[in-house]
Design a protein around this ligand. Structure first.
Ligand code: HEM
Ligand code: HEM
Length: 191
């Protein structure tokens, strides 16, 4: 098992952070748009609790990922039909901007979500261990407006992640390079 990134693949730390983030983002999004379907009372409260907890974990994992990036640089980009993806050309710049956008949204969506919760006068559950009370008096109009922003940012995150996943699949299927394989655990993943 390889802990750190190498020139050829991501290490187990970055792979785990990446795939846990993917699962938590999808879970938070599904509960965000589908929470109202749950019956009022305990089931809906539980859905919101899981949404808040999964969303907060996304924020924690992203901060850890960004800190880890500083000590363990990512593998260089693969060469493609378009040439070297090492951020020299426009395509490489696009890939770099997409990663930057994903990181910005992985921070912004949970932070704005926390503002929604506080603006409603709700408290922020800390993984069932404790909770932080809202520092503000409830403000319905403000909470509604910030919720709209939270929703828009959340949909943007999913859309960008979809494009990003499609690009990874194009690399794998069309270019047949190691872009996707180096983010996957398993055999053909030699260092
Ligand atoms: C990546 C993480 C997250 C995603 C993808 C996400 C996504 C969403 C979506 C799609 C909605 C539905 C909005 C609507 O239909 O009006 C929503 C609602 C909400 N989110 Fe998030 N969210 C995330 C993180 C968070 C966090 C960290 C918090 C606060 C700790 C939070 C608090 C809320 C609240 C309070 C609502 C309103 C729920 C309701 O009306 O019952 N979210 N979220
Ligand atoms: C919510 C969904 C997703 C989010 C938020 C996300 C986020 C990210 C981020 C921020 C990076 C940059 C890692 C770095 O710092 O170097 C990355 C890399 C990567 N992701 Fe995702 N990702 C998502 C879903 C997926 C899916 C579904 C796939 C596969 C189909 C995928 C495949 C990859 C690959 C292959 C890389 C490495 C790219 C390279 O080295 O050029 N991601 N992802």
């Amino acid at each position: 098992m390889q802990i750190f990134n190498s020139a050829n693949r991501y290490g187990v730390i970055v792979q785990s952070l990446h795939w846990m983030t993917v699962l938590l983002v999808v879970l938070a999004w599904v509960l965000g748009i589908g929470g109202d379907i749950l019956p009022k009372g305990a089931p809906r409260d539980a859905g919101l609790f899981v949404h808040l907890t999964a969303g907060s974990l996304v924020l924690v994992l992203t901060v850890i990922r960004l800190a880890w990036r500083a000590v363990d640089p990512s593998p260089p980009a693969e060469s493609t039909l378009f040439g070297d993806w090492s951020f020299a050309g426009i395509v490489g710049l696009g890939a770099k901007l997409a990663h930057l956008g994903l990181y910005a949204l992985l921070i912004a969506v949970p932070v704005v979500g926390i503002v929604v919760q506080f603006a409603r006068g709700g408290s922020l559950p800390l993984f069932g261990l404790a909770e932080i009370a809202s520092p503000w008096a409830p403000d319905r109009t403000f909470a509604h407006n910030v919720k709209e922003v939270h929703e828009l940012l959340a949909h943007s995150l999913l859309a960008l992640a979809g494009l990003h996943a499609a690009a990874a699949l194009v690399h794998h299927i069309v270019f047949k390079d190691r872009t996707l394989v180096k983010m996957l655990p398993g055999a053909g993943n030699a260092s």
